[in-house]
Design a binder for this molecule. Structure first.
Ligand code: NAP
Length: 262
């Protein structure tokens, strides 16, 4: 299927590794020019080189910086000639017990996983509406539907973003101008982040990493972890010309873990 977004520009945040990187790769395959961001310069450059090699017809630019900061967002926006597609993503907050978190801990989680996406939406959405095309995808988490006890910071910050997006996406000044805003809710995907979370959980529970990794995999109806390219492919479709009638949705990719009928 031709997704109809060849030649568009996408800003894909937190995209040197993992899910963000897969979203960028899927868009590049569709002929979308991308700006990718991350804090670590080395991995960012390496990923950019791989993306260029995958499709030499597109432009791939990098913007190093922390997307949770104003400076990081300014650098990302500066690098992108026009943002037709915005993929909001950042590292997830740490696991732990809420009794150990203070205001600073909470503000850091909110900055990365709620306020940064909102600021980037604010910076780009009206120009998208003027041009009559815009796709915004927020990578959130299955925790929005089914909270993880140890990830209270993530549960809270992402629920806040989800509530905000639910209202904004339905504004006719956006929806009627072919601007959509949707959230992708990953369950367990095999990335560095998941491996480090499982390792931390294993340590807390006095288990080996291998045993914890295998147990988590067996607990999923598919008996496997999600592959980041599976999320990237869905992201590209949600950003496609064909997806203009889908907005304000929360799309769960969890191998069927969520036990609800709807
Ligand atoms: P990952 O493999 O650790 O990759 C994270 C990427 O984001 C890296 O490129 C990292 O590069 C970049 N990054 C992190 N913090 C950043 C920041 N503040 N500013 C700019 N770039 C930043 O993680 P992932 O598994 O892809 O997870 C992506 C998001 O999905 C996270 O919020 C995670 O909580 C959420 N999620 C993941 C899963 C899963 O199973 N993997 C499930 C549910 C939700 P630098 O470190 O160099 O900045």
């Amino acid at each position: 299927m031709d997704l109809g977004i060849d030649g568009k520009w996408a800003l894909v945040c937190a995209a040197s590794k993992g899910l963000g990187r897969s979203c960028a790769a899927a868009l590049v395959r569709e002929g979308v020019n991308v700006v990718i961001t991350a804090r670590g310069v080395e991995a960012l450059r390496a990923t950019a080189a791989e993306l260029r090699a995958a499709n030499p017809a597109v432009q791939v630019r990098t913007a190093a910086g922390d997307i949770a900061t104003e400076a990081g967002r300014a650098a990302a926006l500066e690098a992108c000639p026009q943002v037709d597609i915005l993929v909001n993503n950042a590292g997830g907050p740490p696991a732990g017990d809420f009794r150990d978190w203070n205001r600073t801990t909470w503000i850091a989680a909110l900055e990365a996983n709620m306020l940064a996406p909102i600021e980037l939406i604010k910076a780009t959405v009206d120009a998208m509406a003027e041009r009559g095309f815009g796709r915004i995808v927020n990578i959130t988490s299955a925790a929005v539907k089914m909270p993880y006890d140890a990830l209270g910071l993530s549960n809270g910050a992402r629920a806040g973003l989800t509530g905000f997006v639910a209202g904004l996406a339905r504004q006719p000044r956006l929806a009627a101008r072919n601007v959509t805003i949707n959230n992708l809710l990953p369950g367990p995907f095999d990335t560095e982040r998941l491996r480090s979370n499982v390792a931390a959980g294993a340590q807390r529970g006095g288990q080996s990493f291998e045993a914890a990794w295998a147990a988590r995999m067996q607990a999923n109806p598919t008996r496997r972890y999600g592959r980041p390219d599976e999320l990237g492919a869905l992201c590209a479709f949600v950003c496609s010309a064909h997806a203009g009638y889908m907005t304000g949705q929360n799309l769960l990719l969890d191998g069927g873990s969520y036990p609800g009928t709807l």
